[in-house]
Write a protein that binds this ligand. Structure first.
Ligand code: GRF
Length: 198
């Protein structure tokens, strides 16, 4: 059975979508750890309700990113894949070196458009006709790693933040589990490199 760790900072609705598909027997994986940098985040409640071990930390309690990432690495016990799901921190060189090519992220825009915080607000402010969801490998940049998949979502004339967010979340909750299934069962080919399997 493949082991994954989920990193989240907020509500954890993507985390919940992954829990659900595993429970339904549709994703042959086990979530061995939730890593959360916001002690009040609802994602922690979801982990507790599903008996998933948590590592909860505050970055300010550590002298550096390298220090908390070293602690996280010890707890991960060599998981197959790290799944960022609303984790609001840049992954540093310590964790990247250890898990190179084995960290994925989901972002609510068609990258490289609208990277960073509040991608939905950025798309609305730009009066874009389209936005979407991107799943990509994580590198040292902000939402810059190799893209695995993108799905387009139309922004209607009368679109509100709430309606757009709802459409994006519906897409995310289907797309992330299906891409995790592909990564964990078949691997993936990116930029003509040989297939990566996990
Ligand atoms: C998602 O929109 C994801 O794309 C972004 O952060 C949000 C997390 O939402 N990276 P949730 O915590 O999974 O509900």
């Amino acid at each position: 059975m493949k082991k994954i760790a989920v990193f989240a900072s907020g509500s954890g609705s993507n985390f919940q979508a992954i829990i659900n598909v595993i429970r339904e027997g549709l994703l042959p994986a086990e979530i061995s750890l939730l890593v959360c940098d916001q002690p009040g985040a609802f994602a922690i409640e979801r982990a507790k309700a599903n008996q998933i071990p948590c590592f909860i930390f505050s970055a300010k309690d550590y002298p550096s990113k390298a220090d908390y990432e070293t602690e996280i690495i010890a707890l991960l016990k060599d998981v197959d894949l790290i799944v960022l799901a609303g984790y609001m921190r840049l992954v540093g060189p310590t964790l990247l070196k250890e898990y190179e090519g084995r960290i994925v992220n989901i972002h609510p825009s068609l990258l490289p458009a609208f990277p960073g915080k509040d991608a939905i607000g950025q798309a609305l402010a730009a009066k874009a006709n389209w936005t979407g969801v991107t799943i990509h490998f994580v590198d040292e940049g902000m939402d810059t790693g190799p893209v695995i998949v993108q799905e387009r979502i139309r922004i209607e004339e009368n679109e509100t933040r709430e309606s757009l967010q709802k459409k994006i979340q519906l897409t995310e909750h289907k797309l992330y589990p299906s891409i995790l299934h592909m990564l964990l069962t078949q691997g993936v080919v990116i930029n003509d490199e040989k297939a990566r399997t996990y």
